[in-house]
Design a protein. Structure first.
Length: 179
């Protein structure tokens, strides 16, 4: 039996994470890091956890914003947003630092709905960086950004100081009309 994911409509909500959500976010980050271990070769520490060293900044720095993603009122994932371009250094750019939807809710519109809600929260220039080896992530982000901007975005390549290659999608929110 084939499931038609396009027919499934879920109510997607983006909620600012509070300090009381920190443990919940840590738990989701473990799943996220586990997914990335296949692509980037991460391994857990001796305690059996991957960890995420930068999490404290999202609860203490004004240029870091943590969000929980909910679908039909259930916990579905998270988004971490930073202010400032990792690519150009432009401090006014919004950067999708991390974004995750649990596997059981992928291909149901949850990620695309959460991404659109996120972009709509903060008018201005946005950048989404996707590791070259993350082919699934590239397909998702190209589709999500294309839908949100009606195809009005820039795409390029960037090599991080650590030597990792990224696809970079850059666009304005709200999307600007095509000339």
């Amino acid at each position: 039996m084939t499931r038609n994911a396009a027919a499934i409509v879920m109510q997607v909500e983006l909620v600012t994470a509070k300090r009381s959500d920190r443990q919940r976010l840590e738990n989701l980050l473990e799943l996220y890091m586990h997914d990335f271990s296949e692509i980037l070769g991460f391994t857990p520490g001796e305690d059996g956890r991957f960890g995420y060293a930068g999490l404290d900044a999202y609860f203490s720095q004004s240029d870091r914003l943590p969000f929980m993603i909910r679908a039909d009122q259930r916990l579905a994932g998270f988004a971490l947003v930073g202010r400032g371009s990792q690519v150009s250094g432009d401090p006014s750019v919004f950067d999708v630092a991390e974004f995750f939807v649990v596997r059981g809710l992928r291909r149901h519109g949850v990620g695309q709905g959460a991404a659109a809600a996120l972009f709509s929260l903060f008018p201005g220039t946005w950048e989404v960086r996707v590791v070259d080896r993350n082919q699934g992530g590239q397909l998702f982000w190209k589709r999500a950004v294309t839908v949100f901007t009606h195809g009005n975005f820039e795409s390029g390549q960037w090599r991080s100081p650590r030597g990792t290659n990224f696809l970079v999608l850059r666009f304005a929110s709200p999307p600007q009309p095509r000339p």
